[in-house]
Design a protein around this ligand. Sequence first.
Ligand SMILES: Cc1cc2nc3c(=O)[nH]c(=O)nc-3n(C[C@H](O)[C@H](O)[C@H](O)COP(=O)(O)OP(=O)(O)OC[C@H]3O[C@@H](n4cnc5c(N)ncnc54)[C@H](O)[C@@H]3O)c2cc1C
Length: 425
Amino acid sequence: MTDGDLGAQVQAWVDANWDRSLTVREWWLRLADAGYAYPTWPVGLGGSGAPRRDAMTVAAVLARNEVIGPPVGAMAATLAAPTLLEHATEEQRMELVRPIATGEAAWCQLFSEPGSGSDLASVGTRAVRDGDEWVVSGQKVWNSSADSADFGMLLARTDVDVPKHAGLTYFVIDMQQPGIEVRPLRQMNGAANFCEVFLTEARVRGGHVIGDVNGGWRVAQSTLFHERNSVAGGGLPGLVMARSGSRGDLDRTVSEVLDRAREVAKARKSPIRAGAVPVKLMIELAQKSGVSGDPVIRQELARYVSQVRVNGWTMRRSGAAGGKLTGADGSIAKLTTARICQESRDLSYRIVGARGMLAGRVSPLEGDLQTVNLASPGNRLGGGTDEIQLNLLGERALGLPREPSTDKDVPYRDLRVGTQAAGPA
Ligand SMILES: Cc1cc2nc3c(=O)[nH]c(=O)nc-3n(C[C@H](O)[C@H](O)[C@H](O)COP(=O)(O)OP(=O)(O)OC[C@H]3O[C@@H](n4cnc5c(N)ncnc54)[C@H](O)[C@@H]3O)c2cc1C
């Protein structure tokens, strides 16, 4: 089928199915059953096994019609689903992937711990078998959207007598249970996008181990791969987003969600959301601040525009190659995007001068500039720090030797890493 034929087919489907009196739940069900929620996913799970190119055509038609976009579910569609499609059993896929496509489940990622971030294999949260179930105790941190998640992708230690990479298991844990306490963390820009999560004898249901017991490192690598690559994605303008999961918008009508989105858009005076200031806005900011004739600012602006453009082209090339351009496409995307965010912060502060010290609605771009700039260091950390991306790039794209490791063959219990670093109490 040509792109044109597919586009016409999707348009006819939208004309027949988009109805503003539907609930979000009903709309997402229709989208999933038609295979248009995530076209590359298998039939029955929200897709039709279509190639990536077809998925882009479907998304473009949906965006053109300004309908509610497919459910994202925080980390559900970008990280959990692709990991499950690669590593879960048929039964687990039916149970866990379909609710992502129909918006019934939102997910978070429970990997990092207070003593384990870059050295993720050192996580110390313990999971102990109890019949068919597992009992989990420990602490996770920096877990985005954990306060609205139904499920968590949990990496926990199941064997301390083997080296650190070999004693980890990948679980799916129900977030809404008595053994889990989620505390949102307030950031310096006032938002609370991520949480710390305390697990005290929390339970993992039988059948919710993904991959092999003690084979969790391999599964976690998939999630991390998709996390790096998800930076290169980005939504299509036009699609309206609704919240998935039991705490989301499922039982609201699509018109309620559209009205809400319109109100939010009307209340906002500036088009920046997160990440970096768009090129056009940065130039306008320089003009309005009376510095667009300053030779140094002009030079910086030209550099910024070039970086953003080149990055956009690189992302598109990488997207077209299915993330297989260099062997480390996700790391390149993450690194360059993080760098642009830092450039954006520095250049915009230079442009607005002392006004950059202000916060709130009296400050530049109604306070949005400060909110985004204060969050910019996070782009260098989340999904693996810049230094870790450089290591991956060196090893996987350039073929450089691996970073030396002295603990590869030492049983976890003998290591002083992660939360064990402080030694026995
Ligand atoms: C916005 C945001 C969202 C996040 N969301 C999640 C989430 O949803 N779920 C989750 O589990 N985690 C999440 N994280 C946590 C994130 O994955 C970790 O912050 C990250 O992996 C770094 O770990 P760390 O903070 O412990 O720093 P550390 O690992 O302690 O690193 C400290 C410094 O040392 C450097 N360093 C460490 N090891 C090396 C090395 N081998 N070579 C060179 N330099 C090195 C690092 O680059 C860094 O500069 C999020 C973080 C942020 C900022």
